[in-house]
Write a protein that binds this ligand. Sequence first.
Ligand code: G6P
Length: 439
Amino acid sequence: MAVKVVIIGGGSSYTPEIIEGLIDRQASFPVREIVLVDIEEGREKLEIVGRLAQRMIEKANAEITLSWTLDRRAALVGADFVSTQIRVGGLKARALDERIPLKHGFIGQETNGAGGLFKAFRTIPVLIDLANEVAEICPDAWLVNFTNPAGIVTEAVLKHSSHKKVIGVCNIPFNMRNSVAEILETPVERVAIEFIGLNHFVFGRHVWVDGVDRTRDVLASLNAGNDYSPANIVGLGWSESFLSSLGMLPNPYHQYYFQTKDVLKKDLEAYEQNGTRAEVVQQVEAQLFEKYKDVDLAVKPEELEKRGGAYYSDAACNLMDSIHNDRGDIQTVNTLNNGTIRDLPEDAVIEVNAVITKSGPRPISIGALPLPIRGLITNLKTFEQLAIQAAVSGSYEDAYLACLMNPLIQDEKRIDPLLKDLFTAHEAYLPQFKKEVYS
Ligand code: G6P
């Protein structure tokens, strides 16, 4: 059966990756139509990416009809999969999320702390609108959400839209598994990691190779200086005590929580020298788009690997392929808890391994969270729930409470000035706060 995929945020510099992924899987995953969708501000990028994608498809002799449009409703007609990769406010808004908290003495990061909170505020209403449109126009389609903060956004959409076929995906677990395979010098297919937690706050509880527990070997290698940080994070290494006491694999984003002071210092220095990550990415993107314009280019350029989200499309394409073919394989996704983790609410979205079937992901039971990480995970989930509540209600008090419950903010007297600056900076993208904050 021919498949139609619609990519929301199709003008993203990442798009050539997903196009490559769909081309490479033609034999098992018969995508015959791809539509790239973007908004007016992204028109120029959409054209450039669309033309490159077209050249890639032609070069591969793939039987795929490609088009690009600003008309989202028309694009959604007949879609089987809708994938989202948008950034509301663009990299400019991201740079503000990174700079403003740092100015107040807090971590300034795209998906964590106050930056992540405001990204959630800008994004959630837009994704809820999209999901409602999907429910209306192509109700059988799966919505595959890559848009950050991916876990929070996925939970918000599941709670507040009428579309329920929603799955969140992230490249971190996928890349961790690949890196662990390299560390253990083992083909990745033989490596299984039990992931437990939340998006960008996930732990690898066990690593198995052919059923043998190799967790301690991987921890020893991390202790010896091996690292699996994506391009957007400079790893600082982990202490032996941290690794051996925890006994689980940290993910690169854990540095914000477990090395906060060192990260603050590192980020302050880096931002002074090279600008924030958003500003660095702006330069990388400018170079990428220059490349994309080259009419002789018909493959994904290697420079794309300088982006933190590199290989995200493998995670997305594997997921769509497995749903389509009802494979029943195990992948790591953001999905409804429904009792998988005993300590978290039923309606919370968690990042765990799941069996992927045509009827969706079936998460594999975890039981109770291990004691050392139980507190932080339940704490962060509370933050996420308050963040969603604030994003939907537009209530200042909800926003304040979300900050209070975030371990990277939490400092009660400093929250009002921090919020004031962030709300002022992002006014154009936060219409839901009009009544309580901007009146
Ligand atoms: C990581 C994260 C993604 C994030 C990306 C940022 O890989 O998992 O969620 O979008 O990095 O990368 P960038 O190149 O934009 O800094």
